[in-house]
Design a protein around this ligand. Sequence first.
Ligand code: OGA
Ligand code: MN
Length: 281
Amino acid sequence: MQINSLSDVCGAEVVGLDCGGGMDPEQFQAVRSAFNAHSVLIFRDQHLTPDQHTAFSKRWGDINGHILTQYLLPGYPELLVVSNKKDENGEPVGIEDAGRYWHTDVSYEAVPPMGSLLYGLEVPPDGGDTLFASQYRAYDNLPQDLKDRVAGLKAHHRFNYTQIQTEDGSARKPLTEEQKKQLVGAVHPIVRTHPDTGRKALYVNPGFTDRIVDMDEGESQKLLDALFGYATDDAVVYRHKWHVRDLVFWDNRCLMHHATPYPADSIRHMNRTTVAGSIPV
Ligand code: OGA
Ligand code: MN
């Protein structure tokens, strides 16, 4: 097994590990420390069944389902399908427009996931890259007065599904009443400390963070916009260009990510598991 850094911001590839074959304790420790060092790991050339994908994901924690149950792989409630394929009735088999904006997965829940593992079964020749932004770097780059200002502040996160669903070209269906009831939103610290590395990271994202708690709305928007500028600065971004059969494991506690578009006549088909996390502090 070899681990090669792909950028000095975040991202490393792991070559020569069969994630379907499991890991011995030494390999597990090596992968774990690489994950903490690089925040996103790309396991190349994987040949995984849905069960193997899930089993590998479980090495890192419990698996979360997803509120959008209509996009779970039939028979595999732990796998979310991210795809532009259609079934025989012309219905989408997965979320086609997943994460086309800067976000951190599921930050609108009280206990958001530690990581996500996205497996590229079919990838377009051009486009459809995934961008990752290091929120350690974003925090480090804040001027001291901004660090002082956000220390101790909290922000509210919510899943603005209606806005996504009604955007031009979205094939998404409205939520059921049951799904709507689950979307209560959550409040998290603006700066969180990573439980494994002890490093501070920004934890607000344009996708799901709508306001800072106990702050005038205009002020809140101004401060969020300033933070988003640091959070999405090119200097903190790594662009992942997919190879078919990459398994990409990213850390939601210190990264944001962003899917980029691709031509409508190419296929992009992926499965994702989501590993449970802890309450951000
Ligand atoms: C996700 C996501 C990005 C992509 O699956 O959580 O945001 O590039 N996907 O598909
Ligand atoms: Mn995502």
